[in-house]
Structure formats: C-alpha cells, structure tokens
Design a protein around this ligand. Structure first.
Ligand SMILES: Cc1cc2nc3c(=O)[nH]c(=O)nc-3n(C[C@H](O)[C@H](O)[C@H](O)COP(=O)(O)OP(=O)(O)OC[C@H]3O[C@@H](n4cnc5c(N)ncnc54)[C@H](O)[C@@H]3O)c2cc1C
Length: 399
C-alpha cells in the first residue's frame, strides 16, 4: 500500500538504489523505492563483471554468479595479441537480473516498500519537505519524504532540474549474448575498428554463452560487427534475429551530487570507472557512503544543502582521483591511431607488463597500476614519445 509520506524516497531500483534502500531500512527508516520498469532487473543492459572484492566486502550470496574470469586474450589492432592469466579468479560475472532481484529481496526483508511501473517525473525540494510526482500507469501520484535519493542510472532529467548537472559525456554501450561454447577466455579488443576511444569484449559464461559488447563514443554497430567477425561469428552481424541491447554509459561525475533534501548515488551521480565503464561496485560503495550520511542527517534532523554537501566530499575522497585519472588517460588514449596502439602492445609485450599487473593490479582501482607502468622501460618510452607528440601538437594549434 502506497503511503502519502516516507522518511526516504529512492528513485530507481538498480544496484545503487536497492542497496541504499536496504541499508536505510535496516536503520529503521521508512523507505519507498520507485522504479519505472515492471519488475526489478527488467531491461538491464550490463555484462555483469564484478570483482570478488565487492562480493566479500558486502557479503553477497553467490547465487547470481554465472561465470568467473581468470584467463584473457588482449587483442591489438594488428593481431599481436597478449595472453594473460591472473593468479587467482578474482573477477566474476553475474546475471544482472538475478543480482538485482536478490538485492531487491533483501531490501524488502529489511523493510523497504518497492513500487514498480512507477516513473518519477519530477522532484520538488522545499525547506520543509521534498516531494516526488510519480506516473504509475495512467495515474499521477504525489509522495512526500524528508529526503530523496536519485538512483536513476544513466538518466539525468531529475538531477538537471535541480541544478545538479549531468556527466561530461554519455558513451554508447551495446551488447548481445550468443552461443559460443568454444570461447573459454575473456577476449578484449583495442583499436579504432573495435571502439572509438575505448574497447570491445567477449565474455564467456559457464553455460557456454558469450556476452559480446562494445563501449564507444561512436559507431557502436560497426564496432559490434567487427568484434563479432574477430570472434568468428560474422554470420550473426547486427540483425533482427540477434537480440541486441543498447544503453548509454556515463563518463565523468555530475557537477553536484547533492541538493537541498536530495542526494544522487551510483551512475546517476556519474560514478563509473572511467577506464572500463564498470559501475556496479562504485554504485554500491556510494550507496554505503550515502546511507551513512543520511542516517546521520536523521539523527541531527539536518536535510539542508550545507549538511548534505559532506556527501560530495566523502565521494571525492573515495573516487575522485580514480575518475579524473581515467578521464586523463582516456583523453590521451583516444588520440592514438592503430599504429600507435600496436606500438604500445609491442612495448607491453617486451616489458612483460602483464606479469607486473598480475602482481599489483586491482580490478577496481586502476590509477596506481597504470602509474607503475611508467617503471617499464619500453612502454614508458612509447608513452612519453606519444605524450610529447600530443602536447606539441596542442601547443602548435594554440599559438
Ligand atoms: C553494455 C554495458 C555493459 C556493462 N558492463 C558492466 C560490467 O560488466 N560491470 C559493471 O560494473 N558495470 C557494467 N556496466 C555499467 C553498469 O550496468 C551500470 O553502471 C550500473 O547498472 C549502474 O547501477 P545503478 O544502480 O547506478 O543504475 P541502473 O542499474 O541503471 O539502475 C537505474 C534504475 O533506475 C530506474 N529509473 C530510471 N529513471 C527512473 C525514473 N525517472 N523513475 C523511476 N525509475 C527510474 C531504471 O529503470 C533502473 O532500474 C555496463 C553498462 C553497459 C551499457
């Protein structure tokens, strides 16, 4: 039964919104969560790659896991590929529908009321209360709360209407699942035909299926077809018979992740790894940070902008360096042509860089691993040469 008011209203039932609602309900707050889809996990487009670190940090059950990744082939544009084996299986693949449903079940067990088929179309935040307008079927309903959490994923209308802004860029994501039991390793592809500025992938699942996807600034279909071709599946090229899902991916944080009586979590705040586009774990961490501060806000009865601005500081302390580093790295990488990407691969191979990454690289935190790469002589030389070329070019354009 929908009530007229709650302590907290959460807009969006992906991992970030569901986990926030679960943690807040556990604290004894009354929480309502609204999602526009007809069931939790419907219409999700995601490869579901998550580190084991995330699972153990939050003690999630493993029932949504459908694969684990240890071996990978990293494809260069020229085909001078690198085989990689990680010492442990520290990355798993989850079925997102199942993963989200389980988070939903645990939120309900903790006391959250979940309402599906309920699209929040506006937020009003006054000094005394906050209010959402919800479109449920053909009815418009209004619900009040002391505080609202925006967890709408890659959708920024509500944040924009409150002056919180939107990410610098929205990238294009595309994915399909096909039968390919012969592919046993994770395949990652770099080069201008695979992605405009990022990469494409093929992720094997334990049922013999393969998730093929692309994250790119432009031309997602051409990149997708090229990836299929490289995986020996060109006959399946973009067609009506292949169920292809498309979705945007945020790139860069929004201007302000709080407002009077409002905070944004997960991708709705632009909290995405700018190196890989992964957003599940960052979303969960932001949910943990937000729910801690919201609990404090209820104790102190402070829902004003000044109090909630602490959230931005806490988020910046946790993610800002990683996200900004990824943006910087991307700016550099996106200017490389295939010849230069091949040079990087050749140098990485000579330096046996992957042995080094397997010792020190963490799946969710990339800044330190990439900075340490500068200790590898060949790779460092290629990177410095390219960096100087780009800087000189920029200087020449500006003078
Ligand atoms: C092709 C592709 C592959 C990806 N692969 C990975 C991966 O392997 N690993 C990884 O970590 N990340 C991956 N991502 C990113 C990941 O899917 C997202 O970062 C993650 O889902 C963000 O979680 P969230 O809870 O913040 O938002 P979402 O999961 O997007 O949830 C937002 C929810 O809000 C609801 N909603 C939106 N607007 C409204 C509204 N106005 N009213 C009510 N409800 C609303 C939506 O229905 C949705 O349920 C991938 C993305 C793409 C596109």
């Amino acid at each position: 039964m929908l009530k007229n008011s709650y302590d907290v209203v959460i807009v969006g039932g992906g991992p970030s919104g569901l986990f926030t609602s679960s943690l807040l309900s556990k604290q004894g707050l009354s929480v309502a969560l609204f999602d526009k889809e007809s069931a939790i996990g419907d219409n999700v487009v995601c490869s579901g790659v998550v580190s084991k670190e995330a699972f153990s940090r939050y003690n999630f059950p493993g029932s949504a896991i459908v694969g684990s990744l240890k071996e990978a082939v990293l494809h260069s544009p020229s085909g001078n590929n690198i085989d990689y084996e990680h010492p442990e299986e520290d990355v798993v693949v989850v079925n997102r529908k199942l993963f989200d449903s389980e988070l939903g079940k645990s939120a309900v067990q903790n006391g959250t009321s979940i309402f599906n088929n309920s699209k929040v179309i506006s937020i009003k935040n006054t000094k005394e209360y906050a209010e959402v307008k919800i479109k449920a079927k053909d009815e418009i309903k209004t619900v009040r709360a002391a505080l609202i959490v925006i967890a709408t994923g890659v959708s920024f209308n509500l944040q924009n209407s409150l002056g919180m802004g939107r990410p610098k860029n929205i990238l294009k994501g595309i994915q399909a699942e096909i039968k390919a039991p012969e592919v046993k390793k994770l395949n990652l592809f770099w080069g201008n035909k695979f992605s405009d500025g990022f990469f494409s992938w093929g992720i094997p699942l334990s049922n013999g299926n393969l998730k093929i996807g692309v994250m790119t600034k432009d031309n997602p279909i051409d990149c997708f077809n090229y990836t299929l071709k490289k995986l020996g599946k060109e006959k399946l090229s973009y067609s009506d018979s292949l169920k292809i899902n498309r979705r945007g991916i945020s790139f860069g944080q929004i201007k302000k992740n709080y407002s009077n009586r409002v905070v944004a979590v997960g991708e709705a705040a632009g909290l995405i790894k700018t190196t890989t586009g992964g957003g599940i774990y960052y979303g969960l961490i932001s949910a943990e940070i937000a729910s801690g501060l919201i609990t404090e806000a209820f104790k102190e009865k402070r829902f004003d902008e000044k109090f909630l601005s602490k959230y931005q500081k806490l988020i910046n302390n946790s993610f800002s360096k990683e996200i900004k580093f990824g943006e910087f790295f991307h700016k550099f990488y996106s200017k490389l042509n295939d010849y230069q990407i091949n040079q990087l691969f050749d140098a990485a191979k000579e330096d046996q860089i992957l042995d080094f990454i397997s010792e020190s690289g963490k799946f969710d935190w990339h800044k330190d691993a990439v900075l340490k790469i500068f200790k590898s002589p060949n790779l460092r030389n290629v990177l410095i040469k390219e960096f100087l070329r780009q800087s000189t070019r920029k200087f020449a354009i500006n003078v």
